[in-house]
Design a protein around this ligand. Structure first.
Ligand SMILES: [Zn+2]
Length: 514
């Protein structure tokens, strides 16, 4: 079996999804989970893009051990230098530099000749090589580049010291048949290519990202670049879970394997969805809510008699356990702590106490507490922003033939009590207006999603909101059995993030005291 390297770019390309903005702490949390999933390389960001991006890469490089950590840099000195600054403490740093090679990009974007671009690529790889042993080079828009020229560029950067050669299908244009031909061509015609790792990076504009990645593997590529849930620019990147399970389920055909810990796939998918606010479509392969649900009577009958009739893989393999009762009302703190640890979370004493309290509240109202419930409680606790505004109570009055009205009381910094009342078109609108009014902020909600974590009317509802303040977006999430309460918690958590940031930037002028 050939071993295929998995290069995860959730924190870089995935983070470039429209509307997604992760802070450094969230990036670290996801990176630690990617390490548990056992990916080979974590691309943590594009440091030159913003100070926040640089901070995220540095935090990941400083704290994630046992995995290669990679940072992206254009073929420019500043980009490469700052990438190295951020990667300094990584156990295994990789600088990933790139320049476009297609005539379309050279002519219209870079205004460089082919020879100039080639020279710049070589120069950039040499500069990166001064800092790190492992340098990855990407020819942006490789799949729309002239093959002969592309192969010359790769040969030149290999000679300059590149150890990983990446072939990005930047605009999601190629088909699997052509991809196979291209990879074969490069392997046969590029001087020195046998010494390096040949990688592919596919986008999903035509829904072919996974197929193209697999075609490349079949033709001899040794690394695939992908993201969790397939998030990324436009239609996204190749989905890690799809490539991984295709290689595994059809290992008879591909004769290739990854080093991934499949048990962590589902948990990683949930975490990325929660932190980015990008929901997974129900019919998404492998990780969608319905991916293992059988609706047709004939299928159900078959599966009950023998799973193999309609199931090509076991849901438990990727960590999607049957929703069994795990804990109940009478479970103690010790049992709770043990279960949390089993689920792979490491909580501080205080986080554990908070999570246990929420568990107790939920157990009082809901008979069966499932693992999904626990994950929701814990991940909310772990990601909770420092509270400036704490929800004391929310009271809404709503129904048909009545004007929805909300009363909200907040406690600021643990002492000052704020109260507000407002009406709205519904209970959530009324509550949000009450909060905006009392804090003196304009209603700036750009996105609101609500989904049920488990089945049944007493299930936990999870709300994710995004608010906009100037150019900055803030995500907030909240879960509760009461969707109005979940909505208010989510809104407040976004506001707390915003207020915290403002306080950091300008400690004198306090936010919300206009
Ligand atoms: Zn990309």
């Amino acid at each position: 079996m050939r071993r295929i390297r998995v290069f995860d770019t959730t924190l870089r390309d995935g983070e470039q999804s429209p509307g997604v903005a992760l802070n450094a702490q969230e990036k670290l949390e996801i990176a630690l989970q990617l390490a548990r999933l056992n990916v080979d390389v974590i691309e943590a960001g594009f440091p030159i893009a913003s100070p926040g991006d640089a901070e995220g890469v540095k935090l990941v490089a400083d704290n994630v051990k046992g995995r290669a950590v990679c940072a992206l840099a254009r073929a420019k000195d500043k980009d490469i230098d700052i990438a190295w600054e951020c990667l300094k403490n990584a156990e295994h740093p990789i600088i990933h530099t790139f320049i476009a090679t297609s005539d379309i990009h050279l002519r219209h974007k870079l205004r460089l000749s082919r020879e100039e671009a080639l020279e710049q690529a070589v120069w950039a790889v040499k500069r990166a090589k001064k800092y790190v042993a492992d340098v990855e080079f990407s020819a942006e828009d490789a799949t729309r580049s002239d093959w002969e020229y592309l192969s010359r560029v790769y040969a030149a950067v290999i000679e300059a010291g590149a150890t990983i050669i990446n072939v990005p299908d930047t605009v999601g244009y190629i088909t699997p048949f052509e991809m196979q031909e291209l990879i074969k061509y490069l392997l046969e015609n590029t001087r020195g290519i046998e010494k390096v790792v040949l990688s592919v990076h596919c986008h999903n504009d035509l829904g072919l990202a996974t197929a193209n990645s697999l075609a490349a593997v079949l033709a001899g590529a040794g690394q695939v670049e992908c993201t969790i849930n397939g998030i990324g620019e436009r239609a996204g990147n190749a989905a890690l879970e799809e490539i991984a399970m295709s290689l595994y389920v059809r290992r008879d055909f591909f004769q290739a394997e990854t080093n991934l810990n499949f048990q962590e796939i589902y948990r990683t998918s949930r975490l990325v969805s929660q932190r980015t606010g990008m929901l997974v479509q129900p019919n998404k392969a492998i990780v969608g809510q319905n991916a293992f649900a059988h609706e047709s009577g004939i299928h159900q009958d078959g599966v009950l008699k023998e799973k193999l009739t309609y199931e090509i893989m076991d849901a438990r393999l990727i960590g999607r356990e049957d929703r069994v009762l795990v804990l109940g009302k009478h479970s103690g703190r010790h049992a709770f702590a043990k279960k949390i640890e089993e689920l792979g979370y490491k909580l501080s004493e205080e986080e554990l106490n908070q999570a246990f309290q929420r568990f107790k509240q939920l157990a009082d109202q809901k008979k069966d507490i499932t693992e999904d419930d626990l994950k929701a409680i814990v991940s909310e606790e772990v990601a909770k922003p420092e509270e400036i505004y704490h929800l004391d109570f929310v009271h809404v009055c709503c129904g048909n033939n009545i004007l929805p009205t909300a009363t909200v009381r907040l406690v600021k910094d643990g002492k000052e009590v704020l109260e507000g009342v407002a009406t709205g078109v519904g209970p959530v609108d009324a509550a949000y207006k009450a909060i905006s009014k009392m804090l003196g902020i304009s209603s700036n909600l750009v996105n609101y999603t609500l989904q049920s974590i488990t089945g049944g009317t007493e299930a936990l509802g999870e709300v994710i909101v995004r608010i906009l303040d100037g150019d900055e977006e803030y995500i907030g999430r909240g879960s509760s059995q009461d969707v109005v309460v979940a909505s208010v918690i989510a809104y407040l958590s976004a506001i707390n993030r915003m207020a915290q940031r403002k306080r950091k930037l300008n400690p004198q002028k306090d936010y919300g005291e206009s």
